[in-house]
Each structure stands twice: as C-alpha cells, then as structure tokens.
Design a protein around this ligand. Structure first.
Ligand code: ZN
Length: 87
C-alpha cells in the first residue's frame, strides 16, 4: 500500500475512533476479546474494535510485511524445489 494512502487511512481511523470513543466507552477486542475501558484504549477498524496491544502487534506485522512477503516467496520457491514434480 502507498504510504500516503496508509497515512490518510490511519488518520480517518483515528478520527473514527475519536468520535466513537465519545459515544461509547466499552468494546470487546476482536483479537484478544478483552473488554476495553478507558485504561485499555481501543480503535475501530471497519466494524471491529481492536485494543492498543493488538494494534501494536498488528503494526509490527505490517511494518515487517515486506520482509515477511520475501520470506514467504523464498519459502514457496524452496518448496517448489524440494517437492517432487508430479508422478
Ligand atoms: Zn486486543
């Protein structure tokens, strides 16, 4: 994803979360199913709520996505070479 697109997406997510936080304060995290109160900040992504801890993990995953994709591609390549071709 383009960095600018990502940034504006994050900005609109922040805005949504801000507005939503003012309306309601209690949500269940989509990933870890913890309930978010004020001490557990949460953001809405799509129609799901995600807590700050899971968002941090998600961010780490996104930050390393390029590396990860290269790793997957490499693994696929290795698999192709190891697996017997047909029979
Ligand atoms: Zn969570």
């Amino acid at each position: 994803m383009d960095k600018m697109v990502m940034k504006s997406l994050l900005e609109s997510m922040k805005m949504d979360a801000y507005v939503e936080n003012r309306i309601s304060e209690m949500h269940v995290c989509f990933f870890c199913e913890r309930i978010g109160y004020k001490h557990l900040p949460m953001k809405r992504v799509g129609n799901k709520w995600i807590c700050i801890d899971c968002l941090r993990e998600l961010k780490e995953a996104l930050d390393s996505l390029d590396e990860w994709e290269q790793e997957i591609a490499l693994r696929e390549e290795l698999k192709k070479n190891i697996e017997p071709k047909g029979d």
